[in-house]
Design a protein around this ligand. Structure first.
Ligand SMILES: [Zn+2]
Length: 159
């Protein structure tokens, strides 16, 4: 295996897969529907649209924990918490993206940044978000090579 990715480790108890063997997790198995009990069907539809939107990046495993729903390729890269009027979403990026859509960015060291945004309307599933999800998907797939730095010299700008 030259530089190939390690196979994922499958937890024998809950069946979820992880990049790191014996990685700590809560071993919980909740149906996704659990998060929509008593919720407005509009929120459920919004979730379905988000799933479809994320799946444009490629195949995704979606599963529920007690408090949130996780989207994973090799690693988790986005997730949602279901609220009364919408979805509280977050996505993992390897850089900080300052955008009005993010109301909070949590930096875990200099390489991992969790970006929080609210989804209350399908119109928020726009090109900017599609691009960022693609980037997060690459991070989750461990394919992320960093930004294309060479492009910056195109207009004579030296970085
Ligand atoms: Zn487990």
């Amino acid at each position: 295996m030259k530089g190939d990715k390690k196979p994922l480790w499958t937890c024998p108890k809950c069946g979820h897969q992880f990049v790191t063997r014996n990685m700590w997790h809560s071993c919980s198995n909740y149906p996704i529907e659990y998060h929509f009990i008593g919720r407005d069907p509009i929120v459920r539809r919004l979730f379905d649209e988000y799933v479809e939107f994320v799946e444009r990046c490629g195949p995704v495993t979606v599963y529920a924990q007690k408090t949130r729903i996780i989207f994973q390729t090799r690693a988790r890269f986005t997730g949602v918490v279901v609220r009364k009027t919408g979805l509280e979403c977050h996505l993992w990026l390897k850089r900080r993206v300052e955008s009005p859509r993010f109301h909070r960015i949590e930096s875990l060291g200099s390489r991992d940044h969790v970006h929080y945004f609210r989804l209350t309307d399908p119109s928020q599933l726009d090109d900017e978000l599609a691009g960022l999800l693609k980037e997060a998907y690459a991070v989750g797939s461990q394919d992320y090579q960093g930004r294309e730095k060479t492009k910056q010299t195109k207009n004579g700008r030296v970085s």
